[in-house]
Design a protein around this ligand. Structure first.
Ligand code: 3UK
Length: 547
């Protein structure tokens, strides 16, 4: 194994292909970057790299030309056909739309083949994709558009109303194209373009993606990623943990505008010439149906989805499924177990972050240790730091710190200083390591509950509650309390057929005390009909706190 460490100052030396210098000028100063490490032979990328060209070249070179690349509800495209769509869109961007390399294109659409083609085309054309979550409202879109100083918009017709309500400069409005309707303006222009486009010869460290954090609090942060970062995430987790192959059929729920979905449902399948099934508006039930219908082999979704799918799994023929990946938030052990019972599959848990683009700690197969997220994915390193930034040994809870080929670079944001410490990316998670190097999630750093001097991690209490047969979902927070500082407060959604009552509360409290140290039991329990979640499946704990 070669061990080449590239220091953060020498990684911006290539000549940029961007004539619009916005991205380069708004990168954080190199001193504030995390250390980047390229410790595997497969992470040595050439100085000139267009990731979309590299993905297509790779797939076509291994004979995937006639293989289905993307399958939607109404159409499928082979690699050759997808490439043609991408190339026509790239021509539209650089021709009729008049964009130059380095321009930012805001993208909006549900998961489907056309949305995938649009994202790929922006990168191939040397522009920068700014994908946005379908559920975002006009004001949030306005913030993103202003921050990324977008030059153009490609938006699905189904999301047109909200997009039209965004306050955009006239020049950007003039460069807005709708797709997916019968009279789609983008499709009309595509039909008049050549079917083949020469990829813009970008530098491997030209920015190609600005992904905004799903952020449960505060103004969204734009994370900037290079062409080589896109290749790096494909060459880490999917290669060493997932073990994806060309005959895999990927399926799942995360939006393509969320890097969990972009990687798992588009880039990873393309890297091995496999098939991506892209479907809109999935529910636990329709995802199971779709796994059955499309014979999917790899599934990407959030823990709550698996929890809701488990009791329904027996109704469908899903033996095709070989791997299931859970990310976005902590996987409760109770969910891992019920999924295993329902399907026989050992869940691949993985922690990723928008700042690092994708998963950096995970485990699969025999390497799985229930309760742990896993070990650093080859290519990444991780450790636990104490309050002062010093590494701590096994058994001590501290701040998770990570470094590898990808890392945090916020678009013009002071919070860069909070995420990077001494070259490490600090994800904001409280973790603990064991003597064998496995990493255990405890809570978000700010979510640790301190009650009467005890540190209590909400997710541990949640896991205990989830084992009770009446509990469908739950979220545990610390509520300010005069006597104890904070008390453990559980927000519980009951399964159908169960009623909220004082007896139920007493029963749940006793149940928790029987499973974990009694001081961790929820002194208060509130009942809700649903938990507040982000579009990416994360529990919005701050909403529970203000209720
Ligand atoms: C939490 C997890 C415990 C954790 C993401 C896979 O979630 C992703 O990115 P975000 O920027 O959030 C990052 C934060 O989410 N988290 C994610 N996965 C896990 N906590 N166990 C897990 N398995 O707090 C982390 O700091 O929205 C996930 C791939 C790409 C992603 N962007």
């Amino acid at each position: 194994m070669t061990s080449t460490s590239v220091s953060s100052t020498s990684v911006t030396s290539n000549d940029s292909a961007h004539t619009d210098r916005f991205a380069r000028e708004h990168l954080p100063p190199p001193a504030l970057w995390p250390e980047l490490r390229f410790d595997l032979p497969e992470l040595q990328y050439p100085p000139r790299l267009n990731c979309v060209a590299a993905l297509f070249d790779g797939a076509l070179a291994c004979g995937a030309a006639g293989h289905v690349a993307v399958r939607g509800e109404h159409l499928s495209w082979t690699y050759t056909q997808l490439q043609e769509q991408v190339d026509r869109i790239a021509h539209v961007l650089r021709g009729p739309l008049g964009l130059e390399a380095g321009n930012r294109v805001l993208l909006r659409g549900a998961n489907n083949p056309m949305m995938a083609a649009c994202i790929l085309a922006v990168l191939k054309a040397g522009c920068i994709a700014v994908p946005t979550m379908p559920l975002l409202r006009a004001r949030e879109l306005g913030t993103i558009a202003a921050k990324a100083e977008i030059n153009a918009v490609l938006c699905a017709d189904s999301l047109r109303a909200e997009m039209e309500a965004v306050d955009l400069p006239a020049a950007v409005k003039a460069k807005t194209l709708w797709f997916g309707a019968a009279d789609g303006a983008l499709e009309a222009l595509m039909a008049r373009q050549p079917a083949s486009f020469d990829a813009v010869d970008t530098a491997s460290d030209d920015v190609c993606l600005i992904s905004f954090t799903s952020g449960t609090t505060g103004v969204p942060k734009g994370t900037m990623h290079f062409h080589r970062d896109v290749m790096a995430i494909c060459d880490c987790f999917p290669r060493s943990v997932l073990g994806s192959q060309s005959d895999d059929i990927f399926i799942g729920t995360p939006p393509l505008a969320f890097t969990f979905g972009l990687g798992g449902l588009l880039l990873f399948p393309m890297r091995v010439g496999a098939t991506a099934v892209l479907l809109e508006k999935l529910t636990p039930e329709t995802l199971l149906q779709a796994i059955d219908k499309y014979r999917a082999t790899v599934c990407f979704t959030a823990p709550t989805f698996y929890r809701q799918m488990a009791p329904l799994a027996g109704k469908y023929e899903i033996a095709s499924l070989r791997k299931s990946v859970s990310a976005g938030e902590a996987l409760p052990l109770a969910t891992r177990e019920s999924w295993r019972q329902a399907t026989g599959l050992a869940m691949i848990d993985g922690i990723g972050a928008t700042e690092l683009l994708h998963i950096f700690i995970s485990a699969s197969g025999d390497q799985i240790r229930p309760g742990a997220t896993g070990k650093p994915v080859p290519g990444y390193q991780a450790c636990i730091l104490d309050h002062d930034g010093n590494p701590v040994g096994p058994g001590v809870i501290g701040r998770l710190a990570v470094k590898g080929p990808t890392g945090c670079r916020y678009l013009a944001d002071e919070r860069q200083r909070d995420y990077v410490l001494n070259g490490w990316n600090l994800t904001g998670d409280a973790y603990e390591m064991d003597a064998d190097g496995y990493f255990y999630y405890r809570s978000r750093t700010d979510d640790m509950i301190i009650s009467a001097g005890y540190n209590i991690a909400g997710p541990e209490v949640e896991d205990a509650l989830l084992r009770h047969p009446a509990v469908a979902e739950c979220g545990v927070i610390g509520r300010a309390d005069e006597e104890r500082g904070q008390i453990v407060e559980a927000h519980v959604v009951l399964k159908p057929g169960h009623e909220a009552s004082e007896e139920m509360t007493a029963q749940l409290q006793e149940f928790v005390k029987g499973q974990i140290a009694p001081y961790k039991y929820p002194r208060a329990i509130r009942y809700l009909t649903a938990l507040p979640r982000t579009e990416t499946g994360k529990l919005q704990r701050f909403k529970l706190r203000i209720e």
